[in-house]
Design a protein around this ligand. Structure first.
Ligand code: SAM
Length: 305
């Protein structure tokens, strides 16, 4: 814990005592938590991930072709690499189009060392080494600006990639400000959201999902009791209007000798499509280039004007 300066028990406790949703990095940071998430992604009933994989596989070639034709050379900065499966579709499409001998530099920024390792193993199992440069960065993507010297603006543009629930799980204002502060005119932002406003979606019955949500409390030595985890559909928890969110809470726990009730373990935002798009356009000063969807998944490519 102490070796990772982006993680602090004090920050975690402060969020809990302030009745804030626990910052998402604590949901993924430990090896155990990241393993839970990777297991969840293998479940066919996690339709958001399954549909998202289908979508990325389908449209990656189109995205890379568009960037190649309009922007020329670019580098990729990935915010939260996860298991690496989805970003691999983009990298494979890039490699398939590498007719000018240009290389991309690929900068995954990730809080979980195990997630990073597994993702890089996956990428290397699919793509031969030497087709692009990988510069892995273990760190907090909410502090993107601190890594700006790691990914200098060497090419015509940077493509920032934020897939899955990297936005939908996060303190959106932190992450969106972080991207806003580093994105330059001509850069692209590929972002994915969950648009399922109707159902809870998550398999709240599933213990592995509960264990994943509980991971931050395990760091504080709290004892796990499955029946203390509850889910509800809430509103007004997002910076984007008309968003509905699934909130996971833990009934009560003793932390530092104090009983805390209804600890907000995690949140998953479900966005209204137009509202999300308008938010990015207005807040980030971006224009939409293209959008794609597959059931409850929406993928947008924005360009900074
Ligand atoms: C919901 S997963 C999405 C993963 C991947 N983008 C996908 O679509 O499959 C979120 C990812 O972001 C990482 N992550 C969460 N908070 C982070 C933070 N503050 N800084 C860097 N990475 C973070 C997690 O470890 C995880 O890999």
């Amino acid at each position: 814990m102490d070796s990772n300066k982006w993680i602090s028990l004090q920050e975690l406790k402060d969020a809990i005592f302030d009745n804030q949703v626990i910052p998402m990095k604590y949901l993924y940071y430990t090896d155990e938590a990241s393993r839970y998430w990777q297991e969840i992604c293998k479940k066919p009933d996690y339709t958001f991930f399954m549909n998202s994989k289908i979508l990325l596989k389908e449209v990656s070639e189109e995205i890379i072709a568009f960037l190649d034709e309009t922007s020329g050379e670019f580098d990729i900065i990935s915010l939260g690499i996860g298991n690496g499966i989805k970003i691999t579709y983009l990298l494979e499409s890039f490699c398939a189009r590498m007719y000018r001998n240009n290389m991309i530099d690929f900068y995954p920024i990730e809080i979980s060392p195990l997630m990073m390792k597994n993702a890089l193993d996956y990428i290397h199992s699919k793509i031969s080494i030497g087709k692009f440069n990988v510069v892995p960065v273990i760190g907090d993507f909410n502090f993107l600006k601190r890594f700006a010297f790691v990914y200098p603006h060497k090419k015509t543009s940077n493509l920032f990639v934020c897939l899955g629930n990297s936005i939908g799980n996060s303190s959106e204002n932190l992450l969106m400000n972080a991207v806003k502060n580093v994105i330059c005119p001509g850069d692209f932002f590929l972002v994915e959201i969950n648009t399922d406003l109707e159902s809870m979606g998550l398999f709240s019955e599933s213990e592995i999902n509960n264990l994943h949500n509980f991971s931050p409390l395990k760091l504080l030595g709290v004892e796990y009791e499955n029946e203390r985890i509850k889910y509800s559909l809430v509103e007004n928890e997002s910076v984007v209007r008309k968003t509905k969110s699934v909130l996971a809470e833990y009934g009560s726990a003793i932390i530092d000798g104090i009983e805390v009730k209804d600890i907000k373990l995690s949140i998953v935002h479900r966005y209204a499509k137009n509202e999300f798009c308008n938010y990015i356009k207005e807040f980030m000063g971006m224009e939409i280039v293209e959008e794609w969807s597959c059931s409850n998944v929406m993928l947008y490519l924005f360009k900074k004007s």
